[in-house]
Design a protein around this ligand. Structure first.
Ligand code: CA
Length: 218
């Protein structure tokens, strides 16, 4: 399980980040000012740090410098401003990525996953119950038995897994899995969902969310 430190002084955003990341299976710790965060970073080991820039006591830039000079932990900084100079400064100080407030949880999680993958902090494999997904080889096993999925079924499965316990809008699923390939919505999505439910024996897990779309419940 990946451990993430969230450094953010605004409680609402801190809570949002913590809840969002924990729902994805990450273990989170929080710090509301730069000094506490520096202590945490020194005493504990994290796989990733989410760092707000405007912080009391020690600001995010200082903390970023301190982290990068002493540890090899990847950092994504969070900036309220969409100003280019903040991004450049943060990246110049060694941040691995940034996200601008307000952000969408889906985007944040995608960035977190990308950074963890880049730093090899995450395995190629995702396990849910007796299902093992190898993201790199694009294979799926159920209790050790290989399950054949079409490329679209695999993409759909990955999208559901990466957004587990969150309702996904049909439009969003369509856009992410089919992109430009289909001009208007058809029953394709529903058919693919049915196939996944059957092949993985996930009738209970892949829920239909009325008027929205689908949610993987695990
Ligand atoms: Ca702040």
């Amino acid at each position: 399980m990946n451990r993430i430190l969230i450094v953010e002084d605004e409680m609402a955003i801190r809570d949002l980040l913590q809840i969002g990341l924990e729902s994805q299976g990450y273990q989170c710790e929080v710090a509301s000012d730069g000094e506490v965060a520096a202590d945490f970073v020194e005493q504990k080991k994290y796989d990733l740090i989410l760092l707000d820039i405007m912080l009391p006591h020690v600001d995010g830039y200082e903390l970023l410098e301190y982290i990068k000079q002493n540890f090899d932990t990847p950092v994504i900084f969070i900036t309220a401003k969409s100003q280019t100079k903040d991004k450049i400064k943060g990246l110049h100080l060694g941040a691995d990525d940034y996200i601008t407030k307000p952000f969408e949880m889906g985007e944040l999680i995608a960035r977190v996953e990308a950074i963890l993958r880049r730093f090899h902090k995450t395995s190629e494999k995702i396990e849910i119950g007796n299902i093992t997904i190898n993201v790199v080889a694009r294979t799926v096993e159920k209790a050790g038995e290989k399950i054949d999925l079409t490329p679209k079924e695999f993409d759909l499965l990955l999208l559901l897994v990466q957004n587990k316990n969150m309702a996904l809008y049909r439009e969003v699923i369509f856009e992410k899995v089919w992109g430009e390939e289909l001009e208007f919505e058809t029953r394709t999505l529903d058919l693919h969902i049915q196939r996944l439910r059957k092949k993985l024996d996930w009738k209970e897990h892949i829920k239909t969310v009325y008027r929205i779309g689908y949610r993987l419940e695990v």
